[in-house]
Design a binder for this molecule. Structure first.
Ligand code: NAG
Ligand code: NAG
Ligand code: NAG
Ligand code: NAG
Ligand code: NAG
Ligand code: NAG
Ligand code: NAG
Ligand code: NAG
Length: 567
């Protein structure tokens, strides 16, 4: 097919051009930023190399290489690449890992653990001042915030919070530190968090607007379409199980119970400091472009937004009610949902390739052309000619790859430069992902033209494997009768033109052991129209829960299906 040929060509062109290069720089953990950046005198930091490369770009006459040696690079802040870091005159800037252990970490290793409570097996350690994090990674897996399981019937929902109606939950009313806690509900297709405000007169008062926004709409925390788990978490007094942790940001102390038989001083434990590690973001006038990253392992980020008053009013696959305002009419929120930010972001960007390497023990994945609220630059969308291939994903917190936005400019761009197009996602492996937000998915494409998802291997995931399309038909030309009835069009137009979701290809993917935690899902789950799109030669099977009778592609697919191979 034309599209596959085009991408092979892109790579072939690079590799032949890549043979001749005169500029190269080296970075090593035993280097120094005072060095000149040669192999013999390497730089110490990626940002030092970035500055050096910037200086060379205006007169670029060949590809520029930045070779990075094995080692852990703990970032003080994300590496931000803009138009000024872009390959010029038809050449590229190629950041190349020299070995297989080039680790770019958004956190700080935590050492010097001492015993805090021997009976309970709790250790403590001092963390850098002002550390704020919802995550801790222990031997490259997510530690769990200290929590206890609750039963939904123990609590009765009021307009301001939860009334304790069963003595089994009485302890919550005098639980020390509950004001730092959060209620989490894993439901049919959502995974929601609401911070506790205080306890008063037998009622656990919840933060607003987090509570109100989590009890309106569908599959809510109080009326879930399925109950897949209900917890109180982030309370030190609940720290009682191996691999649980608690962070006190005012005393700069983290508490942790190691797995049985392990001493945390013998473990590799990291507290994230950053929400992003790598950001490619230009402006619509001056995009960032022509950059490759080859062979890097990206790890150790967090995302702190849900700790605020808005909590996490999940609407599935990384869309949530994010505005700091209380909605009483659910449909009025729909056109304004936010997106969870990626740890690696690309917006106003073209001709970017990330190939080989991994994302391990990290919160967000790749955010490619998402809405402006999910890009730290404040500029969203406009991602074109992007390739993500050969990446191994495990222990990610949310979606591994999110392509496109969910707001109006994503499906009907007000400026043609906002279009997301030519996105290639190929030959990646995803296994045991979506650890923090189980309603996320390995691959989610909302609105993009010519997105290709081919030869990926997806397994052991809580919800769907691949989600393609968004909006349940509501933004398609002519709108949807269902959403007319729901009242959505009181808050947004009925569009008369198609969305940007066209010309997709989802083929030769293997998806198995999905749907481990949720219901109402699919191996490949599609929503809304996508003209000239092919879903073909995929293989999906799961013996678990709803996965067995999964919707493949889904009850609302409008896609031309050439051939389905389905167990
Ligand atoms: C990258 O951008 C973020 C968000 O704008 C900022 O906080 C951070 O300091 C920047 N990092 C560098 C190295 O400039
Ligand atoms: C680098 O990351 C890999 C992949 O997660 C991990 O196995 C390895 O232990 C890390 N290396 C160091 C030195 O932290
Ligand atoms: C380790 O922690 C102990 C107790 O907090 C402290 O006395 C000691 O100085 C620390 N050692 C290092 C190397 O930081
Ligand atoms: C230590 O943990 C045990 C068991 O959870 C608990 O009973 C005890 O009160 C704790 N001690 C302190 C000093 O917190
Ligand atoms: C941190 O510890 C201090 C002192 O024990 C306590 O007053 C505060 O509530 C704690 N904060 C959190 C977030 O647990
Ligand atoms: C949300 O609004 C409240 C009330 O105006 C304010 O106190 C709070 O700081 C806001 N939170 C965020 C995350 O903007
Ligand atoms: C990525 O790895 C594959 C398989 O080892 C290799 O064929 C390919 O050349 C690598 N890509 C780059 C840009 O080095
Ligand atoms: C994407 O690549 C194609 C083929 O090289 C090119 O025609 C197109 O202009 C590129 N798009 C952007 C936005 O750079």
């Amino acid at each position: 097919m034309f599209h596959i040929t085009y991408f092979n060509l892109l790579h072939a062109l690079c590799f032949s051009a890549c043979l001749a290069h005169s500029f190269e720089y080296y970075v090593s953990t035993i280097g120094s930023d005072g060095n000149t950046g040669t192999a013999a005198a390497p730089f110490r930091t990626l940002s030092r190399a970035q500055n050096e490369v910037r200086g060379k770009l205006p007169s670029q006459t060949s590809n520029i290489y930045v070779y990075v040696e094995d080692g852990v690079y703990e970032l003080d802040s994300p590496l931000n690449l803009t138009a000024r870091d872009s390959g010029q005159n038809g050449f590229k800037v190629i950041w190349q890992a020299k070995g297989t252990l080039v680790n770019v970490s958004g956190g700080n290793q935590i050492t010097n653990w001492t015993m805090y409570n021997k009976t309970a097996g709790i250790y403590q350690a001092t963390v850098p001042k002002n550390s704020i994090s919802r995550h801790l990674y222990a031997n490259q897996v997510h530690a769990q915030r200290a929590r206890a399981t609750l039963t939904r019937s123990w609590l009765s929902a009021t307009t301001s919070g939860y009334l304790v109606v069963n003595s089994a939950a009485n302890y919550l009313l005098s639980l020390p530190g509950i004001e730092h806690g959060e209620i989490r509900g894993i439901n049919s297709f959502t995974d929601r968090y609401i911070p506790v405000d205080s306890v008063s007169d037998g009622v656990i008062l919840m933060k607003q607007p987090a509570y109100q926004n989590n009890i309106i709409g569908y599959d809510t925390i109080t009326v879930p379409a399925a109950d897949e788990g209900f917890y109180i978490e982030n309370v030190l007094a609940l720290l009682d199980e191996p691999n649980e942790f608690y962070l006190n940001s005012s005393t700069n102390t983290v508490y942790y119970i190691p797995p049985v038989g392990l001493d945390p001083n013998d473990m590799y434990i990291v507290l994230p400091k950053n929400e992003q590690v790598l950001v490619f973001s230009g402006t619509l006038d001056e995009p960032v472009h022509d950059i490759m990253f080859v062979g890097f392992n990206f790890m150790h980020t967090t995302w702190n937004y849900p700790s605020g008053d808005v909590g996490y009013a999940d609407q599935q696959t990384g869309a949530f009610i994010g505005l700091n305002e209380s909605y009483t009419i659910f449909e009025s929120s729909r056109p304004f949902w936010w997106q969870v930010p990626g740890s690696i972001q690309m917006s106003a960007a073209h001709d970017i390739v990330i190939q080989n390497g991994s994302m391990v023990a990290i919160m967000g994945g790749f955010g490619i052309g998402n809405d402006p609220n999910a890009h730290t630059s404040g500029v969203g969308l406009g991602a074109n000619n992007i390739t993500i291939s050969g990446i191994y994903f495990t222990q990610t917190g949310h979606n591994c790859i999110t392509v496109g936005g969910v707001q109006a400019d994503a499906h009907h761009p007000s400026d043609s430069r906002m279009l997301n197009s030519n996105i290639m996602i190929s030959e990646n492996i995803f296994s045991n992902t979506q650890i923090t937000y189980t309603s996320g998915v390995p691959i989610f494409v909302s609105y993009a033209t010519n997105a290709q998802i081919i030869h990926n291997d997806i397994s052991v995931v809580p919800y769907s494997g691949i989600c393609y399309g968004f909006g349940w038909g509501s933004n398609d030309a002519g709108g949807s009768e269902e959403y007319l009835l729901r009242g959505l069009y009181n808050y947004q137009p009925i569009y008369t033109t198609p969305t940007t979701l066209t010309d997709g290809l989802i083929s030769n993917n293997l998806i198995h052991d999905y749907g481990l935690r949720h219901t109402d899902l699919g191996g490949i789950y599609t929503l809304s129209k996508s003209p000239n799109t092919f879903i073909t030669e995929n293989y999906a099977y799961s013996d678990n829960g709803y996965g067995t009778n999964c919707k493949y592609p889904s009850r609302r697919h409008y896609i031309r299906v050439l051939k389905l191979i389905f167990n």
